[in-house]
Every structure is written in structure tokens, then in C-alpha cells.
Design a protein around this ligand. Sequence first.
Ligand SMILES: Nc1ncnc2c1ncn2[C@@H]1O[C@H](COP(=O)(O)OP(=O)(O)OP(=O)(O)O)[C@@H](O)[C@H]1O
Ligand SMILES: [Mg+2]
Length: 356
Amino acid sequence: MAISQLSLTDFRNLKSTTLEFDRHLNLVTGDNGSGKTSLLEAVHVLCQGQSFRTPHLKECIRHDASGFLLFGRFEKFKVGLARNDKKLEIRVDGRVIHRRSDLVRKSPVNVVNADSFVLIDGAPARRRAFLDWCLFHVEPSYANDWRRYQHSLKQRNRMLKTRQDLKLLDYWDQDLVESSARLGEMRRHYTTRLHDIVQEHYLELLTEIPLAIEYQQGWPEQDTLLQCLAKNRERDIRSGYTGVGIHRDDILLTTRGKKVGEVLSRGQSKRVCLALFMAVLRMVDDACGSAVVLLIDDLQSELDNRGQKLVYGELAEMKIQLFISNIDDSAPTGIPAKEYKLFHVEHGIIKPRNFS
Ligand SMILES: Nc1ncnc2c1ncn2[C@@H]1O[C@H](COP(=O)(O)OP(=O)(O)OP(=O)(O)O)[C@@H](O)[C@H]1O
Ligand SMILES: [Mg+2]
């Protein structure tokens, strides 16, 4: 859901202000350390109640201040968010909401920055989180099943660790299997779709690198999860945690049978990563009735002109509301938009300008 206005108070180094955003494209420029990433971060926190830079939202409170405030007008609702030393309060249209996911569902947001490229060679958890973001927004039942799975896993792990109530393990095994069957099926299905979309639309971005994207379940293919949990029970009791299950899933990215991260150049890996981003954005954009907010932090330093042109050309075809940070005052190469808003940041002071 596009954001039309943001008011911020005591957020990082930014001077308190109210900004009116463009529906399609907002460029944030300024020198190193001026506050560009902080502005993108404020947008992310407004949409998700979470930062992409830190798991500790307290760090976003301006030094010397006791809390930050964000207030945003979206196309169909308003969000107020207050974080002080002790707690986070989120209001939608004036009403306090208790589950962050209720906010997240209303306002899909994602970020592309230097850290995004860990998707290729980082831990499997990064790839699971990447796919889960998409599933959360395109499959209404995903969040419930996911919560149920997490609950069962926590209960099972608690028993393994304390070695109490071990007779209840059969019950929790069965419970885990039920939610994981649905989650696993969705993950498998959307991984195949991801593969197909990349093949159909992003071969040019991939510079013809053959890419295979496959779902790998977190236990051996020849066993059912129930069999595998039973087989591993003694080992799980010794280690104190559940060693198999969909919390160990991965998405395999290979080119000619080898892992992408091991054979491609840094630049090629970045292109693979962007092709994956474009494909999930396309899925969420198609499934959501409203715009996805996409934050692109300093892509220019990561991608050559041709790559930028392909990425921005593609994004212009979607309903997405874009926020792009850039050191230069000019629009990045390949931006096809005729109109955009520019926000120049200097020592935390944000000065808006209209461009057309
Ligand atoms: N909680 C905080 N309170 C006040 N200032 C902060 C806080 N956290 C970070 N800063 C400062 O905010 C400034 C802006 O940081 P930010 O990362 O937004 O800059 P940037 O414009 O993105 O820079 P770059 O071009 O290097 O990426 C930095 O000088 C940083 O030290
Ligand atoms: Mg920055």
C-alpha cells in the first residue's frame, strides 16, 4: 500500500519533519552519513514495525531522545508508531494493534541493499526468510500454519532440552508433521513458480547464466517427516533440539550443477539475486491488490549501468512504490519515470524537491 505522507520525530539523526511522497518514485540523495539510509529505514519501520538494519528498534531512537514517533498516511489507512525505551506501540487508524503481523500484512515492504546479496551464499535461513516473505503475502493461510509450526517446534524443543514429559513427544511430532505438510507444499510450489518466472522474464538480467532453483526439504527425501523424527529422536534428546523439519529447508541455487555462490563472479551472483527479487516482487505485486513498497539502498554501487537499466525498467511495469537512495543528485541510470520526488538530506535535514 503506497505511503502518501510520513511524519517523523527523533528517528536516528533525522530532523523532525513531515514529507509528502510520490506514488511511484522517491529519490533520496545526500553525502555519506547525511541520513539517507535512516529515511529508508523509517519507511520500513512504519510498514513493518521492524528495521532492516537492526533487530533492536531502540537503536533507532535519536541519541539523547527518549523515544521516536512515526506517523504515516497510506492510501486507505493511517499508521502511528511510537517506540520508547520500554515498548513499541502500533496504531492503525487510531486503534492499538497487538500483533505486528496485522500491520505487516497491510503494507508489504522489502529492501534491496548490499546485505541482500547474502541471499546467494549466506545461511539457508536467509533463503527461507526470502521465500516466506512472498508466501506470507500471497497465501492467506501461510501465517497461521507458520505460527502453529513454531509453537509445536518450541514445545518439542523444550521437552528435548528439559527431558521432561518425553512421553508427549509422539503428540508434538504429529502436530509438527501436520503444519509442516502444508507449509512444505506451499514452499515447494512457490519455489517452482520462482524458477519459472526467472526463466520466463529474467534471462537478460542473468546474462544467459543457466539457473536452477529447487526446493530442498529439511530431511532426506526418502523418508516422511514422521519417520525421520522417530529415527532421530535419540539424537534429538542428546542434542536438545529438533534436527530435522521444515526449519531446516533450503532453496538450492545452482548453475550447471554447481552452487551459484561457488562458481559465479561477485557481479553475476548479484544479478542472480536481483532476478530472484524481481520474481518474488512480481508474485506479490500480482497477488496484492495494492502497491508493494520497495526500498533500494545504494544499488548504484552494486550494479553496472546495464543491470540498473534492466532492474528499473522492470520495476516501472509493476504497481510498486519505490524509494531509492543515491549519493548523486541525478536519477540513477535507466529510471524510466518522467516524474519523481527528490529528497535531499544534509546532516539529517530533509529538503524535498519536485521533479518532472
Ligand atoms: N540513534 C541515532 N541517533 C542519532 N544519530 C544516529 C543514530 N544512529 C545513527 N546515527 C547517525 O546517523 C547518521 C546517518 O546515517 P545513515 O546511515 O542514515 O547515513 P547515509 O546517508 O545512509 O550514509 P551512507 O551514504 O554512508 O550510506 C550517521 O552519522 C550515524 O552515525
Ligand atoms: Mg546509507
